[in-house]
Design a protein. Structure first.
Length: 341
């Protein structure tokens, strides 16, 4: 039996199991830092399928992790959902997640997108890629390494060093090239900043439209969302003037940011929590991550929404994201050393 066939069979079995009478009652307490209205469909479909009521507490990831720590054994949390590998690893280190045994998750979620101890799993991805003003840039950087080239001095916009996307990007460069090379790269990158780091990813794209910068870095789903619906400052004319590059296609591949979750250490509804994670790995839920929020599914072979597919094919960085997350303290030291605010 091929791995693909095996994964499909396990996925079908999972949906059958989730809908079975074993999970036809009860509740699930979800702590989530995902702030997307489109996730409502994920929750309502799971409830319709299982009869399990989802109670949600939403907030900042660090605050939710701190809350789970403070609640200890009395925590009502069953699931923590959050964005970025560094936060998932932070939750693991804080002791607020537990290892689980699930053949569904083990088979369907790629090994590089899950914790070595099965404490967290990735369910959707975003590629962090290079965008540029096509009118002003005829020779855009083709890799993350190129972004430090003096040829791009005063042209690049990026987020602050306190943002997790900045932290995991540099952490991935450390993992792929080593600390010394990452430090040298960061020095050159900072020298090429067009303005002080500021704003979110959409602001980096708006910087191209306003002319504040000629090159920026953003996660793909911010741009794909603007292709799908109206986003302030990113109308159709503006988007036509923006080009993009999936970096390092002849090297490590495009850096990926992960959204995922795990079962809380003291989950009072543990079986329901595992069932919910298995549901998130189903084709139905995976397709909705793309259709509803312009993300890339974690499970191979799941179809992409038109807005995401419009960006084209690319090769992602296959680095183990759990190892990348461990480099965040080193990345922070580099930020301090090179003056990346």
């Amino acid at each position: 039996m091929t791995q693909t066939t095996k994964a499909l069979l396990i996925g079908a079995t999972a949906l059958t199991a989730i809908a079975s009478s074993a999970y036809a009652e009860g509740e699930l307490n979800l702590y989530s830092s995902r702030h997307y209205d489109t996730d409502e469909r994920l929750y309502s479909d799971f409830t319709d399928m299982t009869g399990i009521t989802i109670n949600r507490i939403e907030g900042n990831a660090d605050e939710l992790i701190a809350r789970m720590e403070a609640e200890g054994a009395n925590s009502p949390a069953d699931i923590l959902l959050t964005v970025d590998t560094s936060r998932l690893e932070r939750a693991k280190e804080a002791g607020v997640l537990q290892s689980i045994d699930s053949a569904v998750l083990e088979t369907r979620i790629p090994e590089a997108l899950q914790d070595d101890d099965n404490q967290w799993f990735g369910f959707s991805q975003r590629a962090r890629i290079i965008f540029y003003d096509k009118a002003d840039v005829t020779d855009p950087p083709m890799s993350y390494v190129d972004l430090a080239d003096p040829a791009y001095e005063g042209m690049v916009c990026h987020r602050s060093s306190t943002n997790v996307y900045s932290q995991t990007l540099v952490s991935a460069i450390i993992e792929n090239y080593g600390t010394e090379a990452a430090t040298s790269w960061a020095e050159g990158f900072v020298n090429n900043f067009a303005r002080d780091p500021q704003g979110g990813d959409t602001d980096q794209l708006r910087g191209l439209v306003s002319g504040e910068c000629d090159i920026s870095i953003s996660n793909t789903y911010y741009f794909a969302r603007a292709l799908r619906k109206d986003v302030d400052g990113l109308n159709a004319e503006a988007l036509d003037n923006i080009g993009w590059v999936f970096p390092a296609q002849n090297a490590e591949g495009a850096h990926m940011n992960l959204s995922g979750g795990g079962v809380a250490a003291n989950a009072p509804n543990r079986d329901n929590a595992i069932a919910f994670l298995e549901y998130l790995a189903s084709d139905q839920a995976q397709e909705y991550f793309s259709a509803g929020n312009d993300e890339y599914p974690a499970v191979a072979g799941v179809g992409l929404s038109p807005s995401v597919a419009a960006l084209g094919l690319f090769r992602p960085d296959a680095v183990d994201l759990s190892e990348v997350a461990k480099n965040v303290p080193e990345a922070q030291a580099i930020f301090n050393q090179v003056g990346w605010e």
